[in-house]
Design a protein around this ligand. Structure first.
Ligand code: GTP
Ligand code: MG
Length: 453
């Protein structure tokens, strides 16, 4: 039988600084597309929202001119880059594209910069939502309108103010090595990052951001989006959750193939590979049926891309960020090996002398190590989990004092590690802790410079 292939829905992750409007933006996209389309056109997935292409077309006028062959966009709701780095697929990022949300009145903040650095390292295409334009003093709201239409309705002073703010962003992006422009002046998506002025509150500019995302997908990624519709399913575990009446379940984003009830699957635990069999596949119930007691609707199978809840035995030890792969035919050993490889083989180049790094998830560890590599900082060991006493002792014995350091991202330092650090013999060792990668890096680099003198 010939293998069927199709272009799957691109997966889009929303990133950006706290309170800049990530959740509001998704809510508004969900809300408007529900209003602008026939009932049921938009579907809520587990951990994600699928906005089909016809809903997008109806929202955005300009889009109707573009010939479109992607089936829609799957937005991952879990906000922030934490999700982005946890969601890995085949050693890369799971998200095909990203929206970086920036409050246009506040400009870039630490997490905006971090998001951009992560996207650069993963070579993920993205668009900037210059959000909260309705807060510009004197702004006249044109509910849900494309940017061009609403901009034309503003007076000259307001227009000038918006331009200035957009150019401030262009300047900041340029400092970081990105060429960018307001989206309606961009002719080559490969050379320039599009900045789309938006308001998540009023819906202004949202048709444009959807259009830019579709354009990016269409022009630059259709090859990557080709998947088999009948091949064995492959996905990434978003969350491991206990559900009443179902036991332990996995929230999974399926990015390739098909997943069926009864399929044998392989997932990863902290230090073991788990084989099990899918007992049920569950989708959220549509809103209007919310009164029905059971929260989920059972389905027999799902095809990529989709967000789905998987119930199966033996899921207790599964880790978030783990790959999920279906065993089909005689490829059991191969699949197990692939999953094992994906978990162990984080793309870190280790050196004999270097810093010790720790992070809360596999993806975060990888993001941190890439950033260090970019600064020619060597890494001796990279592991998931809290900082231990052993880490401190190891850092203490490193020959080069400039590397007697532990860099810990989003993960605690255990009490006995703190005790050991207080030891006189360990006075030359430092631990850098934090939740923003590039700040950790700056701290470490500063410490290093001081030591050199
Ligand atoms: P975290 O998830 O905490 O990182 O924040 P977030 O980026 O998801 O921001 P969220 O969407 O929760 O928005 C934060 C606040 O800004 C809320 O009070 C929103 O109502 C408000 N807000 C978001 N977008 C807009 C906008 O375009 N205009 C205005 N006026 N307010 C907005
Ligand atoms: Mg949020």
């Amino acid at each position: 039988m010939a293998k069927q292939s199709t272009i799957r829905t691109p997966i889009v992750c929303v990133m950006g600084h706290v309170d800049h409007g990530k959740t509001s933006l998704l809510d508004r996209i969900r809300g408007s597309s529900v209003v602008s389309t026939e009932e049921g056109a938009i579907t809520q997935h587990i951990g994600a929202t699928l906005v089909p292409i016809d809903a997008i077309t109806r929202m955005g006028g300009a889009l109707s001119k573009v010939s479109v062959n992607v089936p829609g966009l799957l937005f991952i709701d879990t906000p922030g880059h934490h999700a982005f780095t946890t969601l890995r697929a085949r050693g890369g990022a799971l998200a095909d594209m990203a929206i970086v949300v920036v409050d246009i009145n506040e400009g870039f903040r630490p997490q905006t910069i971090e998001a951009l650095q992560i996207l650069r390292n993963y070579k993920t295409p993205f668009v900037i939502a210059a959000n909260k334009i309705d807060r510009i003093h004197g702004w006249r709201v044109q509910e849900s309108q494309p940017f061009g239409k609403t901009f034309a309705q503003q007076n000259e002073r307001v227009q000038g103010m918006l331009e200035t703010k957009v150019y401030e962003l262009v300047g900041k992006l340029s400092d970081l090595g990105f060429n960018s422009e307001r989206f309606d002046r961009v002719s080559d998506f490969a050379r320039n990052i599009c900045i789309v002025p938006t308001s998540a509150l009023t819906g202004e500019g949202l048709p444009d951001i959807l259009m830019v995302l579709i354009g990016l997908a269409q022009r630059y990624m259709t090859e990557n989006l080709k998947v088999s519709t009948d091949g064995p399913g492959a996905g990434t575990v978003l969350e491991v959750k206990e559900e009443r009446g179902l036991g332990m379940t996995l929230d999974v984003i399926l990015y390739d193939g098909i997943l069926k009830v009864g399929d044998e699957i392989v997932v990863a635990g902290n230090d073991q590979i788990i084989e099990t069999k899918v007992r049920s596949l569950l989708k959220p119930r549509p809103m209007k049926e919310i009164l029905i007691e059971e929260r989920f609707e059972r389905v027999k199978s799902v095809t990529a891309a989709a967000g789905i809840k998987v119930a199966a035995p033996k899921l207790d030890a599964v880790i978030a960020g783990s790959p999920l792969q279906v065993i089909r035919g005689g490829n059991r050993d191969e699949v197990i090996e692939r999953v094992r490889h994906e978990v162990q083989d984080i793309q870190v180049n280790l050196s004999d002398i270097g810093v010790i790094i720790r992070a809360d998830t596999i993806g975060a560890l990888e993001a941190l190590s890439k950033e260090l590599e970019g600064h020619q900082i060597q890494v001796m060991r990279a592991t998931v989990g809290p900082v231990t006493r052993h880490d401190v002792i190891e850092a203490g014995t490193i020959k080069d004092p400039l590397y007697s350091a532990i860099v810990a991202f989003n993960t605690p330092v255990l009490p006995d590690a703190v005790d050991t650090l207080a030891d006189v013999a360990m006075s030359h060792v430092s631990i850098f802790e934090g939740g923003v990668i590039y700040q950790l890096l700056d701290d470490y680099i500063e410490w290093r410079e001081e030591k050199k003198q």
